[in-house]
Design a protein around this ligand. Structure first.
Ligand code: MN
Length: 720
């Protein structure tokens, strides 16, 4: 279908769905976008406009309003074309321009891999959006990008998939948009665990005719019964989506045939009363599994989802799930908050409070604690009591509204605050009492010497953290006092936590603690505690860790009784020890087939090295008795298991050699964990790659393929 036809097709659909939509405006937005992207191509060679068109199509499917559809068509204009904010505002109004601007800003957020950041990042996206439609358009954008992700490099596929799985799918879930959530999850899974994904696809394909017959029979039985009873109904039957099967398989450690209710039947009726009637009939026809009935009509899910669920047993003893709901509940389940726009077109908004009233109602009705943070995040926008900003590395920092760069600096570390001389906001020098805005990238300028805060900073800050740290600075001048106070505090807390003698009498523990926090002496630690440079809790936690570690090391040294049938979860058998914590050393990254040896670490189980690893060969005299024999557990290494190993590839500095190497890796479905290259002098370059392989045979195959790449001089396994 050419672009023009596709645009017509979308417009026709809008018209059918919503007669009051402004199709002239949509057509004009399409024409502007097509002109702006003229000549640009997507990765697969298609004209670029196919992307905004497809995004608009998804937005139409969600049922959003004219402005959202226009914004979908124009969503990449500000970033990639000369058709900017002002042009869009002039032609389509500030609402459309703000929506496009919002989507653009979300796209600029850098993604940090820290797990604990995910929730903050999700909240931040919502908070930044200002208008929930921005999020919905962004979800449509991401969905189409995920649908066409096969044209990206494997590394990009992986990072986008991870981001989608951890940020966008959960947001879709919170907003109740099941249909999009499922598709995002399945598409992500396909790239995050291609083998696991394929296993399920194949499994489902094998059983598909069985499933179809099974579901068809159930559909007929139920609809016959309902028709006899005069209940209008629509019944659909389906196999559940792949990621939900995947999650069950892995969380319950089951194989596919052991997963209950892969099949689901949905009955849509006209009234709530009918829902409960249908439930009765279904339980007459089939035996319900106790404990599996859920009434999400009387108690909706936190995201607003309403439906009755029950799992029953079919004739062949195969369980299946039945969902019963009304048409309205169904729309809400599929499209979540987007469903609300279906009725909103043509109604002029009287202001933000009106626009958000229903979202607030929806969210405030939620009583789930998991949802609480999310509600709070939406409220950030509605009541503005929090602000989310970024470090230059892309980590999210959450501060109270009105916070300044000084709060930010002390939030990172008191040393950063105490050395602060100025700041940059989004790359520009700004006053230190600037009011931080959502999405700002904040960079603190520091001097080498600690010169400390100014008294008047106390008036410029919002957080108690900054207040305390600044006050502490002024106290710090009196070092002697601080040492006394710090010593008292620490000793008291150590005694209270039964750690006193460990810390005071065991040299090794004390030294490790001091080293960890960069203190040269006990006195320095006391002084720091005294003025608040470090918290007691931090020190106590470290002491506790050290004590535990020392204990473990001691017990690891004791002779262990041999297990005749050693088992391993890790694929490695440690001689004389049964199932113990095993990890693979990063220095030499052993993989199955390598000659290996184990090292009893101080408290972290056994670390497996290659026998040719320098750390083994050069290990010190006193460490000799820590080395033990280990071997691969051939019976327990499954073909799908992968092991990381590091490669060093030396090449001539030819343009394109990196991408050729990546191509080989991706063609061989090798997962790449890390990949970077650096140019050496005289026209040579080194590529360091960490890849996941099943073992030596695969690695050897891979190395020989890499050696055949033009420009590659040598490929070796990395070892320090
Ligand atoms: Mn886009």
């Amino acid at each position: 279908m050419d672009m023009k036809t596709k645009a017509d097709f979308i417009i026709e659909r809008v018209q059918k769905q919503n007669p009051s939509a402004n199709v002239e405006k949509i057509r004009s937005a399409y024409e502007c976008a097509a002109a702006a992207h003229e000549g640009q191509k997507r990765k697969n060679g298609d004209p670029y406009i196919i992307h905004p068109l497809s995004v608009a199509e998804i937005i139409v499917e969600m049922g959003l309003d004219t402005d959202s559809i226009c914004a979908g068509l124009l969503h990449d204009c500000i970033e990639d074309t000369s058709f900017g904010y002002d042009e869009i505002a002039q032609k389509f109004g500030t609402t459309v321009a703000d929506l496009v601007d919002g989507v653009t800003r979300l796209g600029q957020i850098r993604y940090s891999k820290e797990q604990e950041q995910m929730e903050d990042l999700r909240k931040m996206l919502i908070a930044m959006a200002k208008d929930i439609r921005v999020i919905l358009i962004k979800l449509a954008d991401r969905l189409h990008n995920m649908r066409t992700i096969q044209f990206m490099s494997e590394a990009k596929q992986r990072s986008k998939s991870l981001e989608t799985m951890e940020i966008y799918a959960p947001i879709a879930h919170r907003l109740g948009m099941q249909r999009i959530k499922w598709e995002l999850e399945d598409l992500s899974l396909k790239h995050l665990d291609p083998i696991g994904y394929q296993e399920i696809v194949d499994g489902l394909a094998r059983q598909s005719s069985e499933h179809e017959k099974f579901l068809e029979r159930i559909k007929q039985t139920i609809s016959k019964k309902l028709n006899e009873s005069g209940i209008h109904n629509t019944i659909s039957a389906r196999v559940k989506h792949i990621y939900s099967i995947y999650r069950k398989m892995y969380s319950q450690n089951k194989n596919m045939s052991e997963i209950y209710d892969i099949c689901a039947v949905r009955v849509i009726v006209e009234s709530v009363a009918d829902c409960y009637n249908v439930l009765g009939y279904v339980h007459d026809l089939y035996k319900p599994i106790p404990g599996r009935f859920k009434d999400y009509i009387s108690t909706p899910k936190p995201n607003g989802y309403r439906s009755l669920h029950t799992t029953v047993i079919g004739r062949a003893g195969i369980p299946f799930e039945v969902q019963i709901r009304t048409e309205e509940m169904h729309k809400m389940a599929e499209y979540g908050v987007a469903a609300h726009w279906k009725y909103k077109e043509g109604v002029t908004n009287k202001g933000d409070e009106d626009t958000y009233a229903w979202i607030r109602q929806l969210l405030e009705a939620q009583q789930d604690t998991e949802a609480e943070d999310f509600i709070k995040a939406i409220k950030v926008d509605l009541f503005s009591d929090e602000v989310f900003v970024f470090t230059p590395k892309g980590d999210v920092v959450n501060l109270p509204a009105g916070a300044t760069p000084i709060d930010f600096a002390y939030g990172i570390h008191s040393a950063v605050g105490n050395r602060m001389t100025g700041c940059k906001i989004n790359g520009r020098i700004a006053p230190i009492d600037y009011n931080l805005q959502n999405g700002d990238i904040v960079e603190i300028i520091t001097s080498k010497e600690t010169h400390g805060p100014k008294r008047d900073w106390l008036k410029m800050i919002k957080t108690s953290e900054a207040r305390n740290k600044i006050k502490q600075w002024f106290k710090k001048e009196c070092r002697e006092e601080n040492i006394v106070r710090g010593k008292e505090d620490l000793e008291r807390e150590l005694k209270a936590n039964l750690l006193y003698s460990h810390f005071m009498e065991k040299e090794e523990i004390q030294q490790n603690v001091l080293r960890k926090f960069n203190y040269n002496s006990l006195e320095e630690l006391y002084a720091s505690l005294g003025y608040g440079g470090i918290t007691i809790t931090k020190v106590l936690n470290k002491v506790r860790d050290e004590v535990i570690r020392a204990r473990k090391a001691e017990s690891a040294k004791q002779p262990l009784t041999g297990d005749k049938n050693p088992k391993s979860d890790s694929g490695v058998i440690v001689e004389g020890i049964g199932n113990c914590l095993v990890k693979f050393a990063r220095c030499c990254t052993p993989i199955p087939g390598d000659d290996i040896v184990g090292y009893i670490t101080r408290g972290y189980g056994v670390s497996v090295h290659r026998r040719d690893c320098v750390n083994f060969k050069n290990s010190s005299e006193e460490d000799q008795d820590r080395w033990i024999d280990v071997r691969w557990d051939e019976s327990n290494i499954e073909a799908k298991e992968r092991f990381s190993t590091a490669l060093q590839i030396s090449t001539t500095d030819r343009v394109g050699v990196m991408s050729d190497v990546l191509m080989i890796l991706s063609n061989n479905r090798i997962n790449v964990r890390d990949f970077n290259g650096k140019t050496l002098s005289e026209g040579f370059a080194i590529i360091n790659a960490v890849v996941d392989v099943t073992g030596i045979p695969q690695l050897e195959m891979l190395i020989s393929k890499l050696r055949s790449v033009k420009g590659v001089i040598n490929v070796t396994r990395q070892s320090n």
